[in-house]
Every structure is written in structure tokens, then in C-alpha cells.
Design a protein around this ligand. Structure first.
Ligand SMILES: [Zn+2]
Length: 277
């Protein structure tokens, strides 16, 4: 299968320190020529600081090894997280849970259960806001507060962050670069949101799944957490139940094919260098 390869390296910045870059932009007189690098880096950065360093945006990982990652977003949630932990334990799979900060505060026992079972914990924002649609200040709060809340409770640094809805902008990338966290998206989903049959969902996931892929599943309801009696919350809960019903078949199918499911960070350890497509 000539699968597209998605691992991207983004070099961000190179225009000096954070505060220095912002200051230079706001105070420099118009008639003073600016270094080429600084001028290029200032595009779109009027309100946001420049960062430095490398940032990885990962949809999947280039590898020939029979490994892939499975991830669960939006939890923890008592309706889903315990059952998912049981299934992962039964199949001997270590996954990555992209935890929503607010839910970690509501369910510290579940957060502890995830960590104690040896799964990786990544960030998924504080209140599950769309980072592409909010101000740089709100983005900072959403990422940093969410991550800090989780790290304080687990004592383990967060290395991977998944933006809610998979949406992000340059502020997101820059903030994550500053904190040396990888931005992790996904390459395989549960398929059409209207699909109700577990068989349909598991067949789709297994047909799309290959070495290096990152599967995006859920153990919570994201933004609907704040409106639990709404029709949309009920709809998303039903959708999550369907997804969970498909999970045993997905884990079984991957195993039968010899594909080992891991956490994102463990999958990244199997990366075999930049893709040549
Ligand atoms: Zn989410």
C-alpha cells in the first residue's frame, strides 16, 4: 500500500528571543531596515511573540515496523474511561489519553487510574476550545492551564498535545514549540459520525490502519461536558458508546494482523527518519 506519509517537521522562528522579537517589532522605526529573517518572521505576528526552535506536528509516523498508536480524547469520563482501561488491560495495549483539563479536575480518581495503568497522558486543552478561533491569550490559557492541572495531579510532564477538533493556528504551534511539546493529530478515525454499528466502525478502522498510524478514539464528550443535558451531549454519548462497542474488535483485529498498538510516544520511537514520499 502506498500510504501517504505525514510526519512533518516545522522550524519555527529563528528571529530571536520571545520578548526581544515582539519588542523589536513594536518599537523599530519604519525607516530602519530590518534583517530579512526578522521581517519574514514578523508576518502575522503583530500580536504574538516569536518563538524559537523546532516543533513537530505529527499525523502519523514513518515506519516499516508493525506498530501503530491508539489515542483517546476528551476524558476522563466515568461512563467510558473505566471500560476502556479494562479493555486495554485485557489486550495488553498501552495507549495515549489526551486529557481535557476540566475533566481531570472533575475525575481525579480516573486520571490516577489512567496513569497507574501505565498509559501516556497528553494534553487536550482546559475547556476544549477551538484554538483556531480564539485569541492568543486564550490559546495560552487553554493549553498551559490544562497541561499544568494535569501535570500537578500526575507528577508526569506532558510531552504530547492534541488540539481540540484537530484545529490549530500559528499561536498554538508557537506555544507548543516554546514548551517543547509535540503537536499530535491523527491519521485514522472511527469513520462516518453517523455510523452506529460497531462492525462498521471496526471494519473502517482496521481497513485504514497500517504501520505508523495514529488512531483517534474518545473516552469523553469534549465541549458537551458543559451542557450535559443537551441533545448534542446525548448524541455524542451515543456516538461514544458505539465507538466503545467497536473497540474490542479493533484491538482484536490489530492483534490478529500482528500490528502492535502503543502510545504515541512509544510509536514515535519507531520513527525511521524523514519521509521521501
Ligand atoms: Zn476533543
Amino acid at each position: 500500500m502506498n500510504r501517504r506519509r505525514f510526519l512533518a517537521y516545522f522550524g519555527i522562528g529563528a528571529a530571536g528571543s520571545l520578548a526581544g522579537g515582539a519588542l523589536a517589532h513594536s518599537r523599530r522605526p519604519n525607516d530602519v531596515p530590518r534583517p530579512r529573517q526578522a521581517r519574514e518572521a514578523s508576518i502575522g505576528e503583530v500580536t504574538t511573540p516569536t518563538s524559537t526552535g523546532m516543533q513537530r506536528i505529527i499525523w502519523s509516523v514513518d515506519t516499516e515496523e508493525p506498530v501503530a498508536a491508539v489515542t483517546f480524547d476528551d476524558g476522563p469520563d466515568p461512563a467510558f474511561t473505566p471500560r476502556i482501561l479494562d479493555l486495554l488491560d485485557r489486550f495488553g495495549v498501552t495507549a495515549t489519553f489526551m486529557v481535557m483539563g476540566y475533566n481531570a479536575v472533575q475525575h481525579p480518581d480516573l486520571l490516577r487510574d489512567i496513569a497507574e495503568a501505565g498509559h501516556e497522558i497528553g494534553g487536550h486543552g482546559w475547556k476544549h476550545l477551538n484554538l483556531a478561533e480564539i485569541s492568543p491569550e486564550e490559546t495560552r490559557e487553554e493549553i498551559e492551564h490544562g497541561n499544568r492541572i494535569i501535570e500537578e495531579r500526575t507528577g508526569v510532564p506532558i510531552r504530547v498535545f492534541r488540539p481540540p477538533y484537530g484545529r490549530f493556528d500559528e499561536d498554538t504551534v508557537r506555544l507548543l514549540a516554546r514548551s517543547r511539546r509535540d503537536l499530535v493529530v491523527w491519521s485514522v478515525t472511527r469513520g462516518m459520525l453517523s455510523w452506529r454499528e460497531p462492525e462498521q466502525i471496526s471494519s473502517h478502522v482496521l481497513s485504514a490502519l497500517g504501520p505508523g498510524d495514529i488512531v483517534d478514539l474518545h473516552d469523553g464528550i469534549g465541549r458537551a461536558t458543559f451542557n450535559p443535558r443537551s441533545e448534542s451531549a446525548r448524541r455524542i454519548r451515543r456516538r461514544r458508546e458505539d465507538e466503545l462497542s467497536a473497540l474490542p474488535r479493533i484491538l482484536e483485529g490489530a492483534k490478529a494482523r500482528g500490528l502492535r498498538l502503543k502510545s504515541v510516544s512509544d510509536l514515535m520511537a519507531a520513527w525511521q527518519g524523514p519521509s521521501t514520499r
